[in-house]
Design a protein around this ligand. Structure first.
Ligand SMILES: Nc1ncnc2c1ncn2[C@@H]1O[C@H](COP(=O)(O)OP(=O)(O)OP(=O)(O)O)[C@@H](O)[C@H]1O
Length: 254
């Protein structure tokens, strides 16, 4: 895994909606196998950056290098509020969707595939709920389902948008163990997070955003009171209706 894992490169990247930038002039790199937290106040552009990486948003200007990664190599977990749970599907089938890139349609799931699904359900502690419709699960249980699905995707780059929102402490601890396992396996993991203690404890590197990069590097050097205050000031002052602007690059690297 380590030899083929990706490097992400941002080159004066601006992303936004319509012609209006939401996060701008991002320049820097994410090294292979990095475990990176993306933090910043509400509206700082964390989700927007993840959507840009996964290809849901095209750059308004600048460039993103995925070092040869294709969609197949990227697993993306959007914020829970963006996921429709009303679809009548069982826990088992929802997790099995993590295999679809390998096996095509679900009807192709063979005994080996079923074993993989059961293994992933076991890892997240949900074997007993395999037949339940996902719509009947608690928030924490549903998040476990989504992590089990990610496990099966076997992706080189994993993007998590607020994976612990509205999730109980025990589930957070279990899911962090999974993230640390992905890190040990050499996968690159980026997670948008709010809880600074979680970030300080579990994430070696951090990107602090406030519509632009405020600081990027080792977590303890990034999460200083001065940087956090600056990120709040910049986010509050940002003019969301401004057009894309020209500006010199500041380079941040791993
Ligand atoms: N679909 C959209 N259309 C227009 N503007 C959007 C859209 N999605 C997000 N924005 C705007 O882009 C800016 C950045 O939003 P984004 O969701 O990326 O921030 P965030 O850091 O993830 O915030 P939060 O912590 O609240 O999730 C915000 O001003 C937001 O209102």
């Amino acid at each position: 895994m380590k030899a083929t894992a990706p490097t992400l490169g941002f080159h004066n990247l601006t992303l936004g909606y319509g012609r209006h930038p939401a996060v701008h002039h991002i320049t820097g790199e994410v090294a292979r196998g990095e475990l990176l937290a993306i933090v910043g106040p509400n509206g700082a552009g964390k989700s927007t950056l993840l959507k840009g990486i996964v290809g849901e948003l095209k750059p308004l200007s600048g460039r993103l290098d995925l070092d040869g990664l294709t969609k197949r190599d990227i697993a993306y977990l959007p914020q829970v509020i963006e996921i429709d749970r009303s679809f009548p599907i069982s826990v088992f089938d929802c997790v099995a969707m993590g295999l679809w890139r390998q096996i095509g349609a679900l009807r192709g799931l063979d005994a080996r595939g079923r074993d993989h699904v059961i293994g992933a359900l076991g890892t997240v502690g949900l074997i007993e709920l395999a037949d339940r419709p996902v719509g009947t699960l608690s928030g924490g249980q549903f998040q476990r389902v989504l992590f089990a699905r990610l496990l099966l995707q076997d992706a080189k780059l994993i993007l998590l948008d607020e994976p612990f929102r509205a999730v109980d402490t025990k589930t957070v601890a279990d899911l962090i163990r999974l993230i640390e396992r992905w890190h040990r396996e050499g996968r690159t993991v980026l997670a948008a997070l709010h809880d600074m203690e979680q970030v300080r404890t579990h994430f070696p590197r951090t990107l602090l955003l406030a519509r632009e990069v405020v600081a990027w590097g080792e977590t303890r050097a990034v999460l200083t009171p001065a940087n956090l205050a600056k990120s709040r000031e910049i986010t509050e002052a940002f003019d969301a209706h401004a057009p894309v602007c020209e500006r010199e690059e500041t380079r941040w690297s791993a």
